[in-house]
Design a protein around this ligand. Structure first.
Ligand code: MLT
Length: 392
């Protein structure tokens, strides 16, 4: 029997990291000791107090039943508490926070809440592929906004034509940024809020990396700025902050109407996060935060080794202030895909080609800092031995 896929599924490209996983598996089968600087997936353990809370709550039969699809009030209170401690932002846990099965899920589903077929969403290019993927699934059309090195990878609102802005219903922003590691300051967020007000656009800010930062830098939440809750929501999770990517728990916070719409959608299609996991995530959010600084010190050391190592091979990179990504140009004569292929074939090292984040990511590649420093050193040694010095 031949099944005809819906057009919106046919429009969806294969997911970047699914493709990379297949490549790694194939290389491993050939017996190659692959060093993956591909996906940004924290390698350090989830802190003990979070695991202890999970074990305790998993033993309670009351937690074995269907959870609330929008999250337990105590979990949402923990999110509100964390926002207050971390950013000085006040949130009403009943109306301004909804739990998610990881922020990726909410980022994809928000498009279903606000986009009809034919609608336009503004998505930065390069950008996390889920911004456009969710919109495509909703039958909408992403309009890509190029962001570039010269502009610090910040969206230039003055360069968006008023015709495009008038058509758009949503805008995705993401700082600290994946894949570029760029960060945004107060002036940028204030300008974004003005832009959203002028064109009545919902801002969806992805803040997954707000707590992965270096050299004492503390990234902002978009919700810190006046008017943010009127025009937008922020997606976040415990994944990157507390090494919990596999646990699948996050949240959206901010604009009450958008929070309610997401909650309504989710109550129709999923049954929420296992309550023991909600308790454990709450323990992370309300517990000791020194773990975050300790972890950032580890990533910072890795960042320094990687950036210094690449610079000694001919790159001229500035160290990113946040996120665990190093974004670098490909050497002369390569596309991002051909360079990634060369590095995998010659050195057994996985890097992510910039084209996977959009047309404007062409000419760059991304390396993640989520492996031990010894392996980063080894990756650099292999690059030095097999690729040598590069030019641009
Ligand atoms: C990445 O490597 O870009 C992230 O780990 C993807 C994700 O958070 O889903």
């Amino acid at each position: 029997m031949k099944f005809t896929e819906a057009q919106r599924i046919r429009n969806l490209p294969p997911y970047l990291f699914a493709r990379i996983e297949n490549l790694i598996a194939a290389k491993k089968e050939e017996g190659v000791d692959v060093i993956s600087l591909g996906i940004g997936d924290p390698d350090r353990p989830t802190p003990d107090h979070i695991i202890e809370e999970l074990i305790k709550e998993a033993r309670n039969p009351a937690n074995h039943q269907y959870p609330s699809s929008v999250g337990m009030l105590s979990y949402r209170q923990a999110v509100a508490y964390w926002y207050n401690q971390r950013f000085g932002v006040g949130l009403d846990p009943r109306t301004e926070v909804v739990s998610l099965l990881g922020s990726k899920e909410g980022i994809a589903h928000i498009s279903w809440c606000y986009l009809d077929p034919g609608d336009t969403v503004l998505a930065p290019d390069p950008g996390y592929p889920v911004y456009s993927g969710g919109a495509i699934l909703a039958g909408a059309t992403p309009h890509y906004i190029p962001v570039c090195e010269e502009n610090g990878y910040l969206v230039d609102f003055d360069a968006i034509s008023p015709d495009v802005a008038r058509k758009a219903k949503m805008l995705f922003l993401n700082y600290p940024n994946n894949p570029t590691g760029a960060v945004a300051g107060g002036d940028f967020y204030r300008r974004a809020i003005d832009f959203a007000r002028e064109y009545e656009i919902l801002i969806c800010h992805d803040a997954a990396y707000s707590d992965v930062a270096y050299d004492g830098y503390k990234p902002h939440s978009f919700l810190e700025f006046p008017g943010a809750k009127e025009v937008g929501i922020e997606f976040h999770s415990v994944s990157k902050t507390y090494n919990m990517t596999g646990w699948r728990i996050g949240w959206a916070a901010g604009n009450p109407e958008a929070v309610e719409a997401l909650g309504r959608l989710k109550s129709n299609i999923d049954s929420g996060v296992f309550q023991a996991v909600q308790y454990a995530a709450a323990a992370g959010l309300t517990g000791p935060q020194e773990i975050v600084d300790r972890q950032n010190a580890i990533y910072q050391e890795r960042r320094d080794i990687l950036v210094d190592g690449l610079n000694s091979l001919g790159w001229n990179l500035t160290k990113p202030k946040a996120s665990f990504y190093v974004w670098a140009p490909v050497p002369k004569g390569y596309t991002s895909a051909s360079f990634a292929e060369l590095v995998l074939e010659q050195a057994g090292v996985v890097i992510t080609p910039g084209i996977g984040y959009g047309q404007n990511g062409e000419g760059y590649f991304r390396m993640a800092l989520t492996i031990e420093k010894q392996r980063i050193r080894e990756a650099l040694d292999r690059l030095a031995a097999n690729i040598g010095r590069v030019s641009f």
